[in-house]
Design a protein around this ligand. Structure first.
Ligand SMILES: N[C@@H](CCC(=O)N[C@@H](CS)C(=O)NCC(=O)O)C(=O)O
Length: 206
């Protein structure tokens, strides 16, 4: 069985669990924490020199890091099973990648980071007023980009649920914990409900 080294309240780890649940891929979870130094321990760095969660352990002893790369690895080649989290059309598939890169460069560094400043006690000192304003602006810019798509379409890439939706759901659905007001983003809030109603959906806390 595949092993997922993860952190319970991490959206990056949740993405992998959510994609695996949709795909019906069983994972053995090894829960770790950023607080106890275990992600910097030599045995973990030997598995993933980046020292970050999630990390996937393959059955043959190899490891894979980066949430979006792990999701792509899980989803590749599963189209035959009828579960298609990767659009078949090449343009739609490229749009899915576009959203995955957007998530890592423009969305997560603002929305996940602002949430972390609120929910992790040890990060409070980093929550200067200037930083909070900067992250609020950057996060709202990312949400506006998502809203422009989701106000007119059900899904981010193509016409069906894909890894793009899973990647962006992870930290968007907890954005209010970071002080973002989703009230004005009606396309996003409808999409969040649509995501949560999908067969195979699991919650962050599951
Ligand atoms: N780009 C990475 C980011 C991973 C990341 O930042 N993971 C955090 C949890 S969300 C982590 O491992 N923190 C613990 C640490 O840095 O020791 C991904 O998408 O997987």
């Amino acid at each position: 069985m595949l092993t997922l080294f993860d952190m319970p309240d991490s959206g990056n780890s949740y993405k992998v669990r959510l994609a695996a649940a949709h795909l019906g891929v069983p994972l053995m979870r090894v829960t770790m924490s950023s607080r106890d130094g275990s992600t910097r321990a030599p045995d973990f760095l030997a598995r993933n020199p980046i020292g970050k969660l999630p990390t996937l352990g393959l059955e043959d002893g190899r490891y894979l890091a980066e949430s979006n790369a792990i999701m792509l690895f899980l989803a590749e080649g599963r189209d035959e099973a009828g579960i298609r989290l990767m659009p078949a059309d090449s343009y739609d598939r490229a749009k899915m990648y576009e959203w995955l890169f957007f998530e890592q460069y423009s969305h997560e560094p603002a929305i996940a980071v602002r949430r972390a400043l609120f929910i992790y006690e040890e990060r409070r000192a980093l929550a200067t007023p200037e930083r909070l304003v900067q992250l609020l602006d950057a996060g709202n810019r990312a949400l506006t980009v998502m809203e422009s798509r989701l106000s007119a379409h059900d899904w981010l890439a193509g016409d069906a649920l894909s890894l793009a939706d899973i990647a962006l759901y992870a930290y968007t659905h907890t954005a209010e914990e970071g002080g973002y007001d989703l009230g004005g983003y009606t396309g996003i809030t409808a999409w969040l409900s649509r995501m949560a109603a999908q067969p195979g959906h699991v919650a962050l806390t599951d």
